[in-house]
Every structure is written in structure tokens, then in C-alpha cells.
Design a protein around this ligand. Structure first.
Ligand code: HEC
Length: 112
């Protein structure tokens, strides 16, 4: 019986820490989205003539690889954004590397 309770407590703890981590990622992703380039990615992307990131991810037309490519190098009217992302206070505070910062932003866009 004791063993069962210990196991259940362990499972609950693991589940909880997983969701805390996901929430932190989404929160940091939102801060990047809202603050990059001073006014946020939405300055351009919440305008319907520009690519709709969340819709494109849902439709499968924007892949994680293209996302990373465009943010790293820019494309047409899209400025190179990786340096801006890495300067974000939430990213430096969390000590995120590039992959972690891009994952957080991607996670936020998936749920936006
Ligand atoms: C100055 C306006 C502007 C800002 C700010 C901006 N973007 Fe863009 N973005 C664009 C434009 C315009 C395109 C389309 C580029 C093209 O295809 O020629 C684009 C394309 C993209 C794409 C490719 C979309 C697709 O479906 O292929 C991604 C991903 C992207 N932007 C992410 C971001 C993120 C994340 C931010 C904030 C860090 C951001 N952008 C900030 C204008 C902007």
C-alpha cells in the first residue's frame, strides 16, 4: 500500500513538472512574440496580408525547419530575427539557448 502511494505521488509529480515546463515555454514564447523588435512579431503578423503563423502551423504549411530557417536568415520582408529573440529579457533570464528559445516561440504559436 505504501509503495502504491509512493508510486502515485511520483507519477503526479512528474506530470506536474511536465506541465509547469510547458507553461514556462509558452510564457517565454509569448514574451518573444509580444516584444521582439520593440513592438512584437504581431506588428506585421497580425495583419492578414502577412503570413498567419498560427494558421500556417495548424495547416502544416509552415514546418519547424522553415520556421527556424526564416528566423535565422530572414526572407523578403521578414527581418532576420534570431539576434532579437536571443536579446529578449525572458530568454536571457531563463538561460535559453537558440533551440530552446525557438521551441518556446513555436510552442506559443501552436497554442495561440
Ligand atoms: C517588419 C514586419 C515583420 C516583423 C516585425 C516580423 N515579420 Fe515575420 N514575416 C514578415 C513578412 C512580410 C513575411 C513574408 C516573407 C516572404 O515570404 O517574403 C514573414 C514571414 C515569416 C515567417 C515564414 C512564414 C511562412 O508561413 O512561411 C515566419 C516563421 C515569421 N515571419 C516569423 C516571425 C516572427 C516569429 C517574428 C517576431 C520575432 C516576425 N516574423 C516578425 C514580416 C515581419
Amino acid at each position: 500500500m505504501k509503495k502504491t502511494i509512493g508510486t502515485i505521488a511520483g507519477v503526479v509529480l512528474i506530470a506536474l513538472s511536465g506541465s509547469v515546463f510547458a507553461d514556462e515555454q509558452i510564457e517565454i514564447g509569448k514574451k518573444i512574440y509580444d516584444r521582439a523588435f520593440g513592438r512584437g512579431c504581431g506588428t506585421c503578423h497580425d495583419i492578414s496580408s502577412n503570413p498567419q503563423l498560427t494558421a500556417n502551423i495548424k495547416a502544416g504549411t509552415l514546418t519547424r525547419a522553415t520556421f527556424e530557417e526564416v528566423l535565422t536568415n530572414g526572407r523578403g520582408g521578414m527581418p532576420k530575427a534570431i539576434d532579437e529573440i536571443m536579446k529578449n529579457a525572458a530568454v536571457t533570464k531563463a538561460g535559453y539557448g537558440k533551440d530552446q528559445a525557438l521551441d518556446a516561440l513555436w510552442k506559443y504559436l501552436e497554442t495561440k
